[in-house]
Design a protein around this ligand. Structure first.
Ligand code: CMC
Length: 435
């Protein structure tokens, strides 16, 4: 589409240049609207607003398509590995054999964290939520590497990327171990990324722990599916925080904080709590009715998406994987999984969900897999964060290297009081002021 767009008003006509996308909708460049027309645009939740140009991930929500750097997600999930996908997202191309070996080596050899982080975790109460500990633990890395980052230096960007991707599983495992009251386990350089994570989470000093290969591969695949999702809330948070030039570890901590919310990554934990609350199939109708009732805040967790108006392609892969993992673990008759399948079918056939195009999303089944692996629900979003960190770093790098990049500073439509005079305390009418 190359039509000319313009905005006409009593102040005159302003041409809105057209920005072409390589695929999917392009955009109207509205940067000059305020200067020329004296008005802002209004788009809460950014439903129609592109905050940046990006060459990392493409989503076609109408057709359920997701591609990283042009490669379809189902193909990557089947054929690639998480660290290869991380390289692809960060560098734009699949690595050669040597490049991949070098990348894997540097991630592996950056996985230890400063010993004093252990004491940091011990300062948390025993029931602190692991996402709170992860946010703080990652934020604290900015104190360990305070002066080492010139954010515009490509070499330093690479070192930051390797450090954070390497250390996040170690910090996540510390958060998990603290929450279950077990000693921290050091990383092992002879294990691959996901095997090492499982080892740090499940090994205890009093016995040997063998990582199950199939479980590690399932986790690796889950991480590929979660690695990036273009300008979602947490990625946009990392971009916004990073736009001020802040220490990038602090920007990633901000992204983790955003991911925690139940509308975003926190949905995987919320799905399990919801399924437990529903309890059994006889209660499904009651909860579907609650989800449709506008006077009730309850939503069907793991359903719906801002962009997908079709089945989330990640959910398709995860659903299949869920069957395999449960079979492998001898849990194929898992009651929560059976309840989830039944709930999904009933919702998909319900006119409310059909009309609003609400389909299961990536979080609907991932919690069931994590639960089957023996993880507690409070750690599910931490697992999501480890995977999404790769996307956050790729977007942070893309942003700082983008010549169009400026500090993010949205405008507003002010709806408060107009100028008024200060009233001294003794003259104020106490009844008039709302509490
Ligand atoms: N259950 C019941 N109704 C829903 C649901 C749901 N899960 N999701 C959306 N709706 C309804 C909503 O009430 C609204 O109805 P109406 O038009 O009558 O007011 C309509 O569908 C559109 O919803 P919206 O809130 O305007 O849509 P959104 O794009 O702002 O929100 C969402 C997207 C994912 C936050 C929302 O669908 C939701 O809350 N889902 C449940 C939480 C969830 O599973 N989140 C994970 C998202 S995927 C992974 C990730 O992002 O990390």
């Amino acid at each position: 589409m190359t039509d000319q767009y313009s905005l006409k008003s009593p102040r005159g006509e302003t041409v809105l240049p057209w920005i072409q996308a390589s695929e999917g909708p392009g955009a109207l460049d509205i940067r000059k609207i305020y200067e020329k027309q004296g008005v802002f645009t209004y788009d809460p939740g950014f439903a129609s607003t592109s905050s940046c140009k990006s060459a990392i991930t493409f989503i076609d929500g109408e057709h359920g398509i997701l591609r990283y750097r042009g490669y379809p997600i189902d193909e990557l999930a089947e054929k690639s590995t998480f660290l290869e996908v991380a390289y692809l997202l960060l560098h734009g191309e699949l690595p050669t054999k040597e490049q991949l070996e070098g990348f894997v080596h540097s991630i592996t050899y950056h996985s230890m964290v400063h010993e004093s982080l252990k004491t940091f975790f011990q300062g948390f109460h025993y029931d602190a939520h692991p996402m709170a500990m992860l946010t703080a633990g990652v934020g604290s890395l900015s104190a360990f590497y305070p002066r080492s980052i010139n954010i515009y230096d490509r070499q330093e960007q690479q070192v930051f990327a390797q450090r954070i991707i390497a250390k996040l599983p170690t910090i996540a495992a510390c958060a998990y171990k603290h929450s279950v009251g077990q000693p921290f386990v050091y990383p092992r350089n002879d294990l691959d990324y996901c095997s090492n994570l499982l080892y740090m989470m499940f090994a205890v000093p009093c016995e040997n722990y063998e990582v199950d290969e199939v479980t590690a591969r399932a986790l690796d695949m889950l991480f590929i599916l979660h690695a990036d999702h273009e300008q979602n809330a947490s990625t946009s948070t990392v971009r916004l925080a990073g736009s001020s030039g802040t220490n990038p570890y602090a920007a990633i901590a901000a992204g983790i904080a955003c991911l925690w919310g139940p509308s975003h990554g926190g949905a995987n934990e919320a799905v399990i709590h919801m399924l437990e609350e529903i309890g059994d199939r006889s209660q499904i109708k009651k909860y579907i009715d609650k989800a449709k009732d506008k006077s009730d805040n309850f939503r069907l967790m793991g359903f719906g998406h801002r962009v997908y108006k079709n089945y989330d392609p990640r959910a398709t892969v995860i659903r299949k994987m869920c069957h395999k993992v449960l079979q492998r673990l001898g849990k194929e008759n898992d009651p929560l999984f059976e309840l989830a399948i039944e709930l999904e079918q009933i919702a998909l056939n319900d006119p409310y969900f059909q009309e609003k195009k609400l389909y299961p999303n990536v979080d609907f089944y991932s919690g069931i897999i994590y639960q089957a692996l023996g993880l507690r629900p409070s750690i599910f979003t931490v697992m999501f964060a480890i995977a999404r960190c790769v996307g956050w770093v790729a977007h942070w790098q893309e942003m700082v290297n983008d010549p169009d990049h400026r500090i993010g500073r949205p405008r507003q439509i002010y709806t408060g009081a107009q100028q008024r005079q200060y009233v001294p305390l003794e003259q104020r009418d106490t009844k008039a002021s709302p509490d």
